[in-house]
Design a binder for this molecule. Structure first.
Ligand code: ATP
Length: 506
């Protein structure tokens, strides 16, 4: 393994609206290593890596690539130096196909030949790379027909095919299944050990311990420590990351009796050619958490969309007993009934990025009249409630409630969504990958909210590709495959049997 530095940042600072996101941060990653970057939500990990990727210019400090001092003028220059970053929130052109998106990114490299010919070549490269790293992806699929997990695979392929030698992966495994995550991390470790450098921004301690050669921990805009993961335990890493107050222990899920049925889904089927949902039946009871496990791309996103009222062509029924069919309710009616929705794509489907934190918080209550008639909103009341929610849900990085919500770090944006959705006691909670991108403390806080909602009698549907999360949270587990629930398990359930059911039907 070379000892030459791939990246060296020293004394880097960055301020946003007077807020110091990075102050005097140092970071060194060597060629040949997988280097994990850990830290609480809002610690500054993405900001630091955005500087390496040429997206942000630092105010102070210096950046060396391959031991040469550089001043990046933008991401193109970073790409030329072999730096490729896969962001937490994707940068794909949604009406385009996978191959078109990748060709767009490779424009400068694959410039020769007719467009169709170039597209064909790129499609071949995509297939070859996908096979090499164990991804299933169709180069001709349109991005807007792919699940979040599949879109992430496209982003990863995009960077790999552009020939990056310094790979920065911001939370790459957050939406991947265990097997996909293992494949990906094994592959990137292979790249690193062949001589590249891989930076893995993550909250998953086990990924750090299993795959990283070195780990740097950030807190409040500073790098506080860099060490070899095999020199510490998970507990020590957690403490270094979130401070002394270690998160709660996992509560083992016991067999428990739930209440009467509340949501009855019958024959839910996609109307398009691609039968993402194919006759799905599901009954969710009051006072239970029903977890949906499954390999990504088996209809989970379409189910979440249909239930949450995000446009999705489906037929079949989604009856809320005593209320009517969910498909007939507009957003205001859903709120009035007590439906809380936490979509997987928090920026695309849950938050209005250009609106302020306070306005995003109040969105759910505009129709109810809580803040006055909509032509004269009581901004003081909105801000008072939002301030209280920000405090209660520990949303960090809030300089002002008037700040755009798009500027919150990924994890803190999720906390804002959850604060809004739980601002009234919910009767039905629909949560899709709710702890994606959250640090250990925030993950525990979200899980506590879901459990509390269940204990107060709500029906909670948890759709997650993280089997550990489903196992830890759900009272009953449904395995989804090819657009249907193919097996149901009650707790305590056998993890291996669930894993079997997930793959047997693929
Ligand atoms: N473009 C921006 N404008 C204003 N503030 C920003 C911007 N980018 C980041 N920030 C702020 O800088 C701080 C650090 O954010 P950053 O995204 O780097 O954290 P992170 O460690 O990656 O967090 P997470 O784990 O939640 O993704 C946050 O308070 C965030 O709100």
């Amino acid at each position: 393994m070379s000892t030459q530095n791939a990246i060296q940042l020293s004394g880097v600072s960055k301020t946003f609206d007077g807020f110091k996101a990075l102050s005097d941060a140092d970071f060194t990653a060597r060629w040949g290593e997988v280097h994990a970057l850990l830290g609480e939500n809002g610690a500054g990990k993405s900001s630091l890596m955005n500087i390496v990727a040429g997206l942000y210019g630092p105010e102070g400090g210096s950046l060396f690539i391959d031991d040469n001092p550089v001043k990046l003028k933008g991401p193109k220059e970073a790409a030329k130096l072999g730096i490729g970053m896969v962001h937490q929130h994707f940068k794909l052109v949604t009406p385009f196909t996978v191959a078109e998106n990748i060709l767009l990114n490779l424009g400068h490299i694959q410039a020769s030949g007719l467009y169709r010919e170039r597209l064909r070549r790129v499609s071949d490269d995509i297939r070859a790379m996908a096979e090499r790293i164990g991804f299933r992806i169709d180069p001709d699929a349109r991005i807007d027909q792919l699940s979040i997990a599949e879109q992430q695979r496209v982003e990863i392929l995009k960077v790999l095919l552009a020939g990056a030698k310094i790979l920065i992966l911001d939370e790459p495994t957050a939406v991947l299944t265990e097997e996909e995550a293992e494949n990906l991390l094994t592959t990137v470790r292979g790249f690193a050990h062949e001589g590249a450098a891989v930076i893995l921004v993550t909250h998953k301690m086990n990924d750090v311990l299993r795959y990283a050669d070195q780990v740097t921990i950030m807190r409040s805009g500073r790098t506080i420590k860099s060490l070899k993961p095999d020199s510490v335990s998970v507990d020590e890493l957690v403490k270094l990351t979130v401070g002394e107050s270690a998160p709660e222990q996992r509560i083992p899920v016991e067999e428990r009796t739930s209440g009467e049925p509340y949501l009855n889904v019958k024959g839910l089927t996609s109307t398009g050619d691609h039968r993402a949902l194919n006759g799905l039946d599901l009954t969710l009871n009051k006072g239970e958490i029903y977890g949906i496990a499954g390999v990504g791309g088996n209809g989970q996103s379409e189910l979440a969309n249909a239930l949450m009222g995000i446009p999705e062509g489906v037929e079949g029924t989604m009856k809320l007993i005593g209320e009517g069919d969910l498909a007939d309710f507009d957003a205001a009616r859903r709120r009035a009934i007590g439906v809380a929705a936490i979509p997987a794509d928090r920026y695309g489907s849950a938050l209005a990025g250009p609106l302020s934190i306070a306005d995003n918080f109040a969105l759910g209550d505009i129709h109810s009249g809580r803040y006055g008639p909509f032509w004269y909103l009581k901004t003081g009341a909105i801000e008072a409630d939002a301030a209280e929610a920000v405090r209660q849900f520990d949303v960090q990085g809030v300089r002002s409630l008037k700040q755009k919500s798009a500027l919150l770090s990924g994890g803190n944006a999720q906390k804002l969504v959850i604060a809004r959705e739980f601002s009234h006691p919910p009767k039905l909670v629909l949560a899709h990958s709710p702890s994606r991108g959250l640090d250990v403390k925030a993950t525990e806080a979200v899980r506590k909210r879901l459990r509390a909602a269940r204990d107060n009698g709500a029906a909670v549907l948890l759709i997650s590709e993280d089997l550990d999360e489903v196992m830890a949270m759900a009272d009953r587990i449904g395995v989804m495959s090819a657009g249907r629930i193919v097996n149901e398990f009650s707790q305590p359930a056998d993890r291996q049997a669930i894993g079997q059911a997930m793959v047997n039907h693929v």
